[in-house]
Design a protein around this ligand. Structure first.
Ligand code: SIN
Length: 274
């Protein structure tokens, strides 16, 4: 199937849209342009019934930029840039259980991620996405101006080491990315401002005392996680979510143990936040 006009159904006033009328295996250049435009407009986009191969998913991701391997996940054998998202009865944790923007501890954090889920529990296993544009826009002008002058440290080590301790993976001798990013970033394509701190990786607002930083981050994390900034995606077999990490945070809900949920994620390299 080639594409002429995709149909786009918005899911909330602030973010999220379902895209119909395209199969991602055979999408043409015009379709890819429309997918790109929908991603920029809606921040996270969803597709249904996409029984595509991992190679096809990689090709789709590569259209938007270089694919990157995860700093704490070995990935699919032979394809380190493909992350296996999997939980079952024996799991001690799942990927993405607290709010985050993927690998924001990198100096050039991912532009976006594309996740296909092929195996689902009977119910549950939804993913929440939140608009960091909406979270920024909802702040007072005074708070916005204060935050716009700030930078923060994003450190991968505390989170990744805690994951490794939970699953019994030896990470001795490993180092993890850490970076300094603006607390408010300007999206390179939309030009909109987005909050860019998250519970998983942001450890310190620079130039503030530890107490001041902890208090401000606690406020921002709680602010960002309000339901009016969110869309909740209910997966079906072979649904795909494509999110823009520059303006969206997400959280995976692990409410289905001991059932199984599985899929593949590809992650697209981004640039340095400004
Ligand atoms: C993640 O990429 O953070 C996991 C998302 C999910 O499993 O829904």
């Amino acid at each position: 199937m080639t594409t002429t006009g995709l149909s786009v159904t918005r899911l909330t006033p602030v973010l999220g849209a379902e895209i119909h009328g395209v199969h991602l295996d055979t999408i043409d250049e015009s379709g890819l342009r429309q997918v790109h435009d929908a991603l920029i407009a809606h921040q996270v986009i969803f597709f249904r019934d996409q029984d595509i191969s991992v190679e096809s998913q990689m090709r789709l991701g590569a259209h938007f930029g270089e694919l990157v391997a995860h700093p704490n996940d070995p990935g699919l054998e032979g394809h380190p840039e493909v992350m296996i998202i999997h939980a079952d009865e024996s799991s001690k944790r799942v990927a993405g259980e607290s709010w985050h923007s993927d690998v924001s501890c990198d100096s050039e954090p991912p532009l976006g991620s594309i996740l296909r889920i092929h195996t689902l529990p009977e119910t549950g296993g939804d993913t929440l996405f939140a608009s960091m544009y909406a979270a920024f826009d909802a702040l007072s002008a005074t708070m916005q101006a204060f935050l716009e002058g700030l930078t923060a440290t994003h450190d991968g080590a505390p989170y990744y080491r805690s994951v490794n301790a939970r699953i019994g993976r030896d990470d001795g001798g490993r180092t993890y990315p850490h970076a300094t990013h603006p607390v408010v970033r300007t999206h390179p394509e939309s030009g909109r401002k987005a909050l860019f701190v998250n519970r998983m990786f942001t450890t310190q607002i620079e130039g503030l005392s530890r107490r001041e930083s902890d208090a401000l981050l606690a406020f921002l994390f709680e602010h960002i996680e309000q339901p009016q900034f969110q869309v909740r995606f209910r997966w079906a077999k072979d649904s795909i979510a494509f999110w823009d990490n520059r303006c969206v945070q997400h959280q995976a809900i692990w409410d289905y143990w001991p059932e199984t949920r599985s899929g593949y994620r590809v992650t697209i390299k981004g640039d340095r936040p400004v």
